[in-house]
Design a protein around this ligand. Structure first.
Ligand code: NAD
Length: 275
């Protein structure tokens, strides 16, 4: 709840800045999103998404709606699952050459090879101490805090979260799939960030009383009432122990989108040299 409110105020601020930029220099920041249809089936004229990648389409929808809510122009391209790397690059290049586009996002996961994704150069800037990171990946940027144990070490979330925390002089412990007895480590954490992609993995007994818990996980689970989203943290148990916890859905997700809009605005300001 706390994070959601923070995300909303960031979005309000971005909206004001986008309007100021438009009024002053007649520039509306644009964001291009490239994504893929997985397991597409055609039924008459309707396109139906099946399989476990429905989440990609809903993430794109959420991003488009968020852009619209702050006045950022968004365009998207949906490519078939079997697109070649050349075809994807063609779109990336054309968006790159389009002066109205200030940010390009390729929605992961990719069906084939990652064309660019998390560019090693930008990762390097984040990792090298003393270097100013360029654009920080949107999810970790949304959950930085002073002290933490991070569950997960992926390029998208776990690793950049740990680096961001270290850059803030935090003492960071990383837990990953090969870590033995993770609960002994998590119990020491004042701030616990869970990004393992394992539904309800973190139980109430894993959490230090009063800790702040940031649940990055987004997991689709089936129960008798149908499909629903849960985090990596058992929310019901964690609520009784933690001093603050982010919900799933509605926690880190909206914050990630707020950071995407913020990065797009920063890019537009930088290119236009707009203060
Ligand atoms: P990933 O599969 O690339 O990485 C998972 C990481 O967790 C790995 O480093 C792995 O070692 C670790 N891990 C896996 N099982 C573990 C276990 N049992 N114990 C300890 N560590 C374990 O996933 P990802 O892309 O980093 O995403 C993680 C989660 O965050 C997913 O649920 C994903 O949907 C979610 N996510 C949310 C947002 C958002 O905006 N809220 C954005 C990106 C990812």
């Amino acid at each position: 709840l706390h994070l959601y409110v923070a995300g909303k105020s960031i979005i309000d601020e971005i909206k004001i800045e986008v309007a100021r930029m438009d009024a002053s220099i007649y520039v509306v920041p644009g964001l291009a999103v490239i994504f893929f249809f997985f397991n597409v089936r055609l039924a008459g004229l309707a396109v139906i998404l099946v399989g476990d990648r429905e989440d990609s389409a809903s993430y794109v929808r959420n991003k488009k709606n968020a852009c619209e809510s702050v006045g950022i122009k968004s365009v998207d391209v949906c490519l078939p699952e079997d697109s070649s790397e050349e075809e994807v690059l063609k779109y990336v290049l054309s968006f790159n050459n389009d002066p109205s586009i200030y940010g390009i996002l390729v929605q992961l996961p990719l069906p084939s090879k990652d064309v660019d994704g998390f560019h090693p150069f930008k990762m390097g800037l984040l990792a090298k101490r003393g270097c100013e990171p360029d654009f920080v990946p949107c999810t970790p940027k949304g959950c930085i805090e002073k002290r933490a144990v991070v569950i997960g070490r992926s390029n998208i979330v776990g690793m950049p979260v740990s680096l961001l925390l270290q850059n803030e002089d935090a003492t960071v412990t990383t837990i990953h799939s090969k870590t033995k007895n993770p609960e002994e480590i998590t119990r020491e954490a004042d701030i616990l960030i869970a990004a393992a992609g394992r539904p309800n993995m973190v139980r109430g007994s894993w959490i230090k009383p009063g800790a702040v818990v940031i649940d990055v996980g987004i997991n689709h689970v089936q129960d008798p009432n149908g499909s629903r989203l849960v985090g990596d943290v058992c929310h019901e148990e964690a609520c009784k122990v933690a001093s603050a916890i982010t919900p799933v859905p509605g926690g880190v997700g909206p914050m990630t989108i707020a950071m995407l809009l913020s990065n797009t605005l920063t890019s537009a300001k930088r290119i236009q040299e707009f203060q």
